[in-house]
Ligand binder design. Structure first.
Ligand code: NAP
Length: 182
């Protein structure tokens, strides 16, 4: 919420799965730069890929994010893009992030668990507004990919290009078929 934002931050942590990065995330990043000098984009669930909810590897997501930031005209020197595998213990997740990442002084998220964990460790939390949530949602974009609908306009062109290069739609379809077998 706006009232929680007290000052300008040195480095804001932005955790997400980015499956895939879409224009909603780009809008959140633009919004965050009003409040902080540098952004750490932590690619969460880095160990997951080849699943309907998590089709892309951490490395693929790193390339998508970097290429999209370049394409959208962001100054890359302001960004750290770091893959972070999940851990079993939510209670120590923030300490785990502190041990892996450059120091940060605020966390940006709309995810209730992330907000709860960050507040418990006394971090300021920036909750971005919804940016066209009806369209910019990873889940909806993956659904469109699976059902053969147009999805390209919801993601930066570089992200669409990389997904096509790695045959990402076919991977998603294959992953959904193996999910059905379970
Ligand atoms: P996400 O779906 O990629 O989204 C990243 C952030 O951007 C979320 O706060 C999301 O809000 C926001 N966002 C997305 N689209 C938006 C839009 N159109 N307008 C405004 N905001 C938008 O990622 P996430 O699921 O929150 O990722 C959290 C990561 O942290 C996961 O990988 C999770 O596993 C990890 N984590 C791990 C642990 C652990 O290891 N124990 C504990 C906590 C979290 P919404 O939430 O509203 O979509």
């Amino acid at each position: 919420m706006f009232e929680e934002i007290k000052e300008r931050y040195n480095r804001i942590l932005f955790p997400g799965r980015f499956q895939p990065l879409h224009y909603g995330h780009i809008e959140v990043i633009k919004w965050m730069l009003n409040f902080g000098d540098e952004i750490i984009i932590a690619i969460g669930s880095a160990q997951k890929s080849h699943m309907v909810d998590n089709p892309f590897t951490a490395g693929e997501r790193m390339v998508m994010i970097r290429e999209a930031l370049k394409e959208e005209g962001f100054d890359l020197s302001k960004f750290y893009i770091v893959p972070v595998p999940d851990i079993e213990y939510n209670s120590i997740w923030i300490s785990y992030l502190e041990s892996l990442l450059p120091p940060f002084d605020a966390v940006c998220s709309r995810n209730p668990l992330v907000i709860r964990l960050a507040k418990e460790e006394r971090y300021d939390v920036l909750v971005p507004p919804f940016f066209l949530r009806s369209e910019y949602s990873g889940k909806k974009i993956r659904k469109k990919m699976l059902s053969g609908e147009k999805w390209e306009s919801y993601v930066p062109p570089s992200v669409a290009r990389i997904i096509k290069q790695i045959s990402g739609i076919q991977r998603l379809i294959d992953s959904s078929l193996s999910d059905e077998l379970e």
